[in-house]
Write a protein that binds this ligand. Structure first.
Ligand code: NI
Length: 138
């Protein structure tokens, strides 16, 4: 475990009271853990701004009966084989499929891949969960 240091900050009372209530409601055991979570989230946001290698999960929902949707999604994944780590397909019901695609690559390549999937005709919904490889977070 890395060395820890104790810090002291000045903050308005009403803000920290509200933060403590939010941290407790979110299940953080201590204020320190809640603040550490926020700091790490800022680090991840910075990674996505600076174009480093990042990790993420793209979730797509589509009707596999729609003409060529499945074929197009498969083609796009093959074209981006270097950043697709793996994918998971769930048949939600008779029509709807959900796929989680785990990606790792440069910010630009991941965002381009996500845009290509989002633009497929017949796509119902597409999200990109931006996370980190964990290498620079500590
Ligand atoms: Ni399916």
């Amino acid at each position: 475990m890395p060395n820890t240091t104790r810090i002291s900050i000045s903050i308005e009372e009403d803000i920290i009271e509200r933060f403590d209530a939010l941290a407790e409601a979110s299940g953080f055991p201590t204020r320190s853990e809640a603040i550490k979570h926020l700091i790490k989230s800022a680090f991840v946001q910075e990674e996505w701004k600076t174009g480093e290698v990042v990790a993420g999960v793209i979730t797509v929902v589509y009707d596999h009966h729609k003409p060529s949707v499945l074929q197009k999604i498969t083609e796009i994944q093959h074209d981006n084989g270097k950043i697709v780590v793996c994918s998971q397909h769930v048949h939600i019901d008779h029509h709807n499929c959900l796929e989680n695609i785990i990606v790792q690559g440069t910010v630009g390549s991941v965002q381009k891949f996500h845009k290509a999937l989002s633009a497929v005709k017949g796509m119902k919904h597409s999200t990109l969960s931006m996370t980190t490889t964990g290498k620079n977070i500590g």
